[in-house]
Design a protein around this ligand. Structure first.
Ligand SMILES: Cc1ncc(COP(=O)(O)O)c(C=O)c1O
Length: 258
C-alpha cells in the first residue's frame, strides 16, 4: 500500500518521497490530529488559514497553543500578512491546491514565500491536499511538497474525494527524520487502518497506475469514481461536509470561522 501511494502521489501530485515516508491514516483529519500530537507542544504558536474548514479550526482551537489566523485571498494564504502576525510558528496549516472554503489556488510566488518563511523560522508546514484532483481544465498543480528544498512539509492526502469519504483511508508523506515518531504515534492511537480495505485499494491503485504511462492516475480514479456514482442511489455517497451541515444548527455555524 505504501509503495502504491508513493507511486500515486509522485505521478498525480508531483510529491517526492520513498514508500518509507508514507504513513497510512484514516483520512486528512486523522493525519492532522497525528501531526498536532507529534509536533505541537503547549505554548507553541500555530498559524492557520482564515477562513478554514470548521473542524480544522476547532482542532487547532482546542489546543493549549497560541492560534494565529492569517488571511486568505484569491492567491491563497497571504504569506506576508501571516509573517507579520506570527514570527516563529511551530506549524503552519495550508490548503494550497484548493483553499477551503474559498476555492483559490496558492500562486507560485506565495508558495515560494511560504517555504522560505518555514525554512527561516524552523516551522513545519501541514499541506492539506484535500480536493486537489478535480479541475475543469488542465492538470492539477503539483504539490508544495515537491518544490520544498528544506524538508519542512508534511503532505496529507485522502481517498475521500476521488473514491468515497466513508472509506476512511488517506496518507501522510512525512520528512524522513519524522517517520519513526509518526509511526509510533500512529501505533499508539489506533494501531493501523483496516488491512482488507488497504489491500483492495492497493490493487486498485496498482491496476489504475500500470497501464497509465501518461501520469493520469488521478484521472483514471476520477473516471472509476464517476462510473460508481452513476450507478449508486441518489444522494450517495454523502460527503462529510453535507452530513455535517444537515446536523448543524444555524447558531453553531455562526461561530465556525466560515
Ligand atoms: C479542507 C479539508 N480538509 C480535510 C477534510 C477531511 O478529509 P478526510 O475525509 O480525508 O478526513 C475535508 C473534508 O471535507 C476538507 O474539506
Amino acid at each position: 500500500m505504501r509503495e502504491a501511494v508513493a507511486e500515486y502521489v509522485g505521478s498525480a501530485r508531483g510529491v517526492l518521497c520513498s514508500p518509507e515516508q508514507v504513513i497510512v491514516v484514516a483520512g486528512i483529519q486523522h493525519g492532522l490530529d497525528l501531526a498536532i500530537r507529534v509536533l505541537v507542544d503547549a505554548g507553541d504558536t500555530v498559524c492557520l488559514e482564515d477562513p478554514c474548514h470548521p473542524i480544522v479550526n476547532a482542532m487547532f482551537r482546542a489546543l493549549p497553543a497560541n492560534v494565529v489566523a492569517a488571511p486568505v485571498d484569491e492567491r491563497g494564504l497571504d504569506v506576508a500578512a501571516a509573517r507579520r502576525r506570527c514570527s516563529r510558528p511551530r506549524l503552519i496549516y495550508v490548503t494550497p491546491a484548493h483553499q477551503f472554503p474559498l476555492g483559490s489556488m496558492m500562486t507560485m510566488s506565495r508558495r515560494l514565500a511560504l517555504l522560505a518563511w518555514a525554512a527561516d523560522s524552523g516551522a513545519w508546514i501541514f499541506e492539506d491536499d484535500y480536493d486537489s484532483e478535480y479541475r475543469y481544465e488542465g492538470r492539477p498543480i503539483p504539490a508544495l511538497q515537491g518544490i520544498d528544498g528544506s524538508g519542512s512539509v508534511i503532505f496529507s492526502g485522502s481517498f475521500s474525494k476521488v473514491l468515497l469519504p466513508t472509506l476512511r483511508l488517506g496518507y501522510l508523506i512525512v520528512p524522513p527524520e519524522l517517520v519513526d515518531t509518526f509511526a509510533a504515534a500512529r501505533q499508539m492511537t489506533d494501531g493501523h487502518s483496516s488491512v482488507l480495505d488497504q489491500a483492495v485499494l492497493c490493487d486498485f491503485l496498482t491496476a489504475a497506475t500500470l497501464p497509465d504511462t501518461s501520469g493520469g492516475c488521478a484521472r483514471s480514479m476520477q473516471l472509476a469514481f464517476m462510473r460508481c456514482r452513476a450507478h449508486s442511489p441518489a444522494g450517495w455517497p454523502a460527503t462529510w461536509s453535507s452530513h455535517r451541515r444537515s446536523r448543524e444548527s444555524p447558531r453553531s455555524s455562526g461561530s465556525s470561522g466560515l
